[in-house]
Write a protein that binds this ligand. Structure first.
Ligand code: ZN
Length: 131
């Protein structure tokens, strides 16, 4: 599946979640619909601990996703070795968010850890019709 980009609302959600989790790490899996990343599957049972969020993400069963997302507590957005192991396991779009969690403070990588473009798209979400 060719990924066209990420929905702006989804990116904003990621940034907001990363900000509110800091200095804890936020981590989740990216899910796409029709080639656009519109959903984040958040790690269950996230709690304050020294456990690395990426390692816990890595252990999620049946990982099938367009990629992953997680935050770093500081401004360094380079993937760690644990990050690269996760990247190689699922998907080809891996977002790392860093402080201060603004629209400029995220980077997308491919599964080898090379920086790649991920366009931010304004998507109209289909509204559920009220019955
Ligand atoms: Zn990381």
């Amino acid at each position: 599946m060719q990924i066209k980009g990420i929905a702006r609302d989804t990116l904003d959600f990621i940034l907001e979640a990363s900000r509110s989790m800091a200095p804890e790490e936020f981590a989740g899996l990216l899910q796409e619909k029709n080639g656009i990343i519109t959903e984040v599957l958040i790690l269950p049972g996230t709690e304050s601990s020294d456990t690395n969020a990426v390692l816990r993400l890595y252990m999620m069963p049946n990982i099938k996703a367009a990629g992953s997302v997680h935050s770093h507590p500081g401004q360094n957005r380079r993937p760690s070795n644990a990050d690269l192991r996760l990247f190689s396991k699922t998907g080809n779009y891996h977002i790392i968010v860093g402080s201060p969690y603004s629209r400029q403070s995220w980077t997308c990588y491919d599964r080898e850890g090379n920086i790649r473009e991920l366009p931010v798209l304004d998507v109209e979400f289909e509204e559920e019709e009220e019955v």
